[in-house]
Design a protein around this ligand. Sequence first.
Ligand code: HSE
Length: 295
Amino acid sequence: KSVKAFAPATVANVSCGFDILGFAIEGMGDWVRLEEKDSPGLEVVSITGDEGKLPKEVEKNTCSVAIQAMLDHLNVEIGMAIHLEKGLPLGSGMGSSAASAAAALVAANEFLGNPFEKKELLPFAIAAEKAACGAGHADNVAPSLMGGFVLIRDYHPLDVIKLHVPKGLYCTLLHPHFELKTADSRSVLRDSIPLKHSTIQSGNVAGLVAGLYEEDFDLISRSLRDVIAEPYRSILIPGFNEVREAVKAKGALGMGISGSGPTLFCLSKGEEKAQAIADAAEEVYQSIGLGVDVF
Ligand code: HSE
């Protein structure tokens, strides 16, 4: 028996929605293939596309951690050999660990005859994120599993809502050539935030969600602001301010850090603008001598 599944890259936070908003990106992602194994237990047999950087230990690899959480929940022991094909760069802020976990869970679910709805796989994926970066955030795994634009209204208990997305909303991803680990990028954040920042951030989350439903691109643009994480994290990302200025001049609705970075995301109305944004950003990276992939 052999089962293969894909899960896409994701943009988490979407500026104002720290740990509660994320969306899936079409096309890019990770593949996981599972094969039946004679002896019980999981084994990470092969990983490609990671330059040998990912752990194969069952208790560390996000694929095996996620599947093990699922098997523990079902109270079954079964033998599975895991083959992971990374399509996503590590430490990029594009939901790389989440895509591996999500693909592994979709494959394992199919392997077992689909006992779970997609949404029900979320707690197992969150367990994998916790193993990967120390925090069980769901804003990458939820959109990677469910597709589209997702809100995590609450974690206890999990309350996940798929949001409406207006037609013509494009995302440009700018992935500079260096790694930033989520754990490191979380460690620069503060434990508490001033009341006035909470007010600003709540206003923007509400504005962004309203903007998506109203298909009001100006409102979306006004709401793409982050006073909680970005002030601390942007310091870790060379060229952040220059890129922002350049893409705004090309009509970007907004630019922010994709998840925990260093990838930056820009939203725009229409494909032409998305392309102009990509070109302008590439020029900035070139001028500061930093390699970049643009998606
Ligand atoms: N919400 C998470 C964070 C996303 O910002 O740390 C990590 O990709």
